[in-house]
Design a protein around this ligand. Structure first.
Ligand code: NAD
Length: 360
């Protein structure tokens, strides 16, 4: 298969970790006889330096024409970098928001997977994590409370603020379909999270999710209130496969779920459009404190590339191959500095990339 990938190395550790992901993609393309071509585009601080804007229209056009976008990370040290003296709409993060909006990326995927080898980094008790856990949070990304109208005004001598939480049937339907499609590629269970005992928007959410579920008879659907879900994530994370939820609940729950895996350098993510196009990136930032030292953990970015193969290109066995290679490397005791523990061998960012390629 031929695929065109728009690649954004970005700032800080971005170029180092993306180089390792490309190394792995090249090895996969050779092994499985695919052709991946890369269009490198600028976004974030590096784009401000070169183009005077965090994301140019030309870069957006290239991304739109691609089959998928692979991103390292953007941004600099927010206290010392001159990028943060610019007005907010010209700062690095504005580029990322503009890209998400321009590509209409409405579905955010955040896996939380506990590697057996990294169980020590998990803050939960051993009896809870026994056997590991493997879930995918599917979060609606362009609707709900963060996009409703809002206002702060004075009423009767005191300040009053409101934020509107609005969801339409169609918005719920498209994210629900995405959640069920993803469950079909996994363990065929969806937990839809809402606050239907209080909110009208959640009652509509639940109704539409039930309707969509009729088209997926193989998938088991359960509903859970968001407060209960927050508790269950730390009490019994093994019960979850796909968690499907709206924007604000997903924002909070996906951070909670990723913290229980214990390691920021291992967390991938994806943002998807209605067709196959998606943007894939690690959950962490540009780590300016370790940039240029060849010590960053490239695994989150390599796992993001694996998600790209699975969800944008339908290359499931190639994605499995990458994920298994990462497990093998961890089993053999190799660690980057962020996941280092006693008795293991510390390796650089580029060596970790080489090791993953060797274990494909
Ligand atoms: P960060 O995630 O960059 O770093 C937090 C800590 O984790 C640092 O100590 C860093 O060294 C470490 N770390 C992060 N990724 C690592 C990796 N792969 N390997 C080893 N260690 C790693 O968060 P921050 O310091 O708050 O933010 C730095 C910059 O990144 C800011 O400009 C912020 O706005 C930006 N940011 C960008 C994104 C993105 O590109 N999507 C996301 C979050 C933050």
């Amino acid at each position: 298969m031929n695929k065109n990938i728009a690649v954004i190395k970005g700032d800080g550790i971005g170029p180092e970790i993306v180089d390792e992901a490309i190394k792995v993609l090249d090895a996969i393309s050779q092994k499985y006889n695919h052709t991946f071509s890369y269009d490198y585009i600028l976004m974030g601080g590096c784009s401000i330096d070169v183009c005077g804007t965090p994301l140019s229209d030309e870069a957006i056009e290239i991304a739109k024409k691609s089959d998928a976008v692979l991103l390292g990370s953007i941004g600099g040290d927010t206290t010392t970098s001159p990028w943060y003296k610019l007005e907010p709409s010209l700062r690095p993060e504005a580029g990322l928001l503009k890209m998400r909006k321009s590509l209409n990326l409405f579905a955010n995927l955040r896996p939380a997977y506990l590697y057996n080898e990294l169980k020590g980094a998990c803050p939960l008790k051993e009896e809870i994590t026994e056997g590991g856990f493997d879930m995918m949070i599917v979060r609606e990304l362009t609707g709900g409370l963060y996009f409703g109208d809002r206002e702060t005004k004075e009423i009767d001598g005191q300040m009053v603020a409101h934020d509107n939480l609005v969801y339409s049937e169609n918005e719920i339907k498209r994210i629900a379909k995405r959640g069920f499609d993803i469950a079909m590629k996994r363990n065929k269970k969806v937990t839809s999270v809402d606050k239907a005992n209080v909110l009208d928007s959640s009652r509509l959410w639940r109704k539409v999710v039930n309707e969509v579920s009729q088209d997926y008879p193989e998938v088991t659907l359960e509903h859970m209130l968001v407060d209960n879900c927050a508790m269950q994530l730390v009490k019994d994370p093994k019960q979850f496969d796909v968690i499907l939820t709206e924007n604000m609940f997903g924002d909070i729950l996906s951070d909670e779920a990723s913290m229980v895996t214990g390691s920021i350098g291992m967390l991938s993510s994806a943002s998807l459009r209605e067709d196959k196009l998606g943007m894939y990136e690690p959950s962490h930032g540009s780590a300016p404190d370790i940039a240029g030292k060849n010590v960053a953990n490239p695994i989150a970015t390599i796992l993001s590339a694996a998600m790209m193969l699975r969800y944008s290109f339908d290359m499931d066995k190639e994605a499995d191959n990458i994920e298994k290679a990462i497990e093998k490397v961890l089993e053999k005791g190799y660690r980057t500095i962020d996941i280092m523990s006693k008795g293991k061998e510390e390796v650089s960012c580029s060596r970790m990339g080489d090791l993953i390629v060797e274990n494909l």
